[in-house]
Design a protein around this ligand. Structure first.
Ligand SMILES: Cc1cc2nc3c(=O)[nH]c(=O)nc-3n(C[C@H](O)[C@H](O)[C@H](O)COP(=O)(O)O)c2cc1C
Length: 387
């Protein structure tokens, strides 16, 4: 059976504003950590293999959200370390699938970037990795964390964590095919009874992996429950010298610092927190450098919306208005615009109309309080065997 496109799990319908969800806005504005506790972690540039990275707070992939347009808009704000593409099916990339090629779209401003690959056939993944290196990409990330049945069913994603020998063989084959750093993103394990991440991380290191990103949940947890920082710390303790990147539920500057303090991880990957607050990376940089940071003014937030849309237009052309719809609820809540205007943003059908809507947003933002629920970034729900 042919594999579905890697983002097949993304909901088609754009989210609408959700009034009853758990709002994160108050936490986003929480006061930052005390200076003396900041001293407990290092803020120097760091490295993944030979690749030097200026900032320790990077972007975790959110398929369907964090493609080149969003990444480039984030880069303009500053402070973003490593970013990673959405997961890309290696076999499809090799046959020139148009959607897969769009997923690896990048530009000079979109650096440093790793391409995240998945696929059950190590030879395909290795060949795709080498092809990407030849094209000038700086790193390959192997997905072993995706909980989606369709990805797992092909033997990819989190399923690989159930096959330590096969997973290690995949890492070794990709490492031997390229000279750029190869990293792995995984979860704590398949379920609470098989917390295999520490052991696997060590095996992957021995096979040549240059870093591990660890989402502190099991596959069985999906996106529910708490991230286990103990589980992330156990993975940090298990490797000999490669950096471990902690991931999961980081929404604020303080969350990012405490993730590092409590787990000892070298860096942090932020996914939904970057959607909730794209300024989080700049805030982290500013706080480290100056001891304080500022919230973005409404004008800057609207400019971000425009940059994001223009970048979508340059990648997706006429489809950009349709693809932008899933961001409408988020921008509506973030900018506190009235629902009728948010609705127009959601239904926007042309580039001219977009400009008209933005002109109106400039007049009518702040109409409602800025309340951005995490629920606006849809995660699969229900029994995860059925995802
Ligand atoms: C909508 C959505 C799409 C995701 N897509 C990917 C993906 O393509 N590759 C991947 O490794 N993880 C993916 N993840 C997992 C995130 O990278 C991250 O591990 C998880 O959301 C926990 O981090 P966060 O709380 O900072 O978002 C996705 C998560 C969500 C919610």
């Amino acid at each position: 059976m042919p594999l579905p496109p890697p983002t097949a799990h993304m909901p088609d319908s754009p989210p609408s504003r959700i009034e009853s969800a758990a709002f994160e806005t108050e936490r986003i504005h929480a006061p930052p950590v005390r200076d003396d506790r900041l001293a407990e972690i290092t803020h120097e540039p760091w490295s993944i293999g030979a690749r030097k990275i200026d900032f320790r707070y990077g972007l975790a992939p959110l398929a369907g959200y964090t493609q080149r347009p969003f990444r480039v808009a984030l880069r303009e704000l500053g402070g973003l370390g490593l970013a990673t593409t959405d997961l890309v099916h290696a076999g499809k990339l090799l046959v020139g699938n148009a959607f897969s090629k769009q997923l690896i779209a990048t530009s000079e401003r979109d650096r440093p970037l790793s391409v995240q690959l998945f696929g059950a056939e190590p030879a395909h993944v290795a060949t795709a990795a080498r092809w990407l290196e030849d094209l000038g990409y700086g790193g390959i990330d192997l997905n072993m964390g995706c909980p989606m049945a369709k990805v797992n069913g092909s033997g990819g994603g989190a399923r690989l964590m159930c096959d330590p020998a096969g997973a290690t063989n995949l890492v070794a084959q990709v490492v031997s095919a390229v000279s750029i750093p190869v990293t792995v993103k995984m979860r704590l394990g398949w379920d609470a009874r098989s917390l295999s991440a520490p052991q696997l991380a060590r095996q992957f290191e021995d096979a040549g992996a240059a870093a591990i990103t660890i989402h502190g949940r099991t596959r069985a947890q999906g996106f529910t429950g708490q991230v286990s920082r103990e589980g992330i710390a156990a993975t940090v303790a298990a490797v000999r010298s490669i950096p471990v990147i902690g991931n999961g539920d980081v929404r604020t500057v303080e969350d990012a610092f405490s993730m590092r303090r409590e787990t000892g991880c070298a860096a942090v990957a932020i996914g939904r927190g970057a959607m909730l607050d794209p300024w989080i990376f700049r805030k982290l940089r500013d706080y480290v450098e100056t001891g304080h940071y500022q919230e973005p003014e409404p004008k800057e937030q609207i400019d971000f919306l425009v940059t994001h849309f223009r970048e979508m237009e340059s990648l997706f052309g006429d489809k950009s208005t349709q693809l932008f719809r899933k961001f409408a609820g988020w921008y509506g809540a973030r900018l506190g615009i009235p629902l009728d205007l948010e609705d127009r943003l959601r239904r926007c059908g042309s580039l001219t109309e977009f400009d008209e809507i933005v002109a109106e947003i400039r007049e009518r933002h702040g109409h409602e309080p800025c309340r951005v629920p995490t629920a606006l970034i849809k995660v699969p729900n229900g029994p995860n065997e059925l995802w």
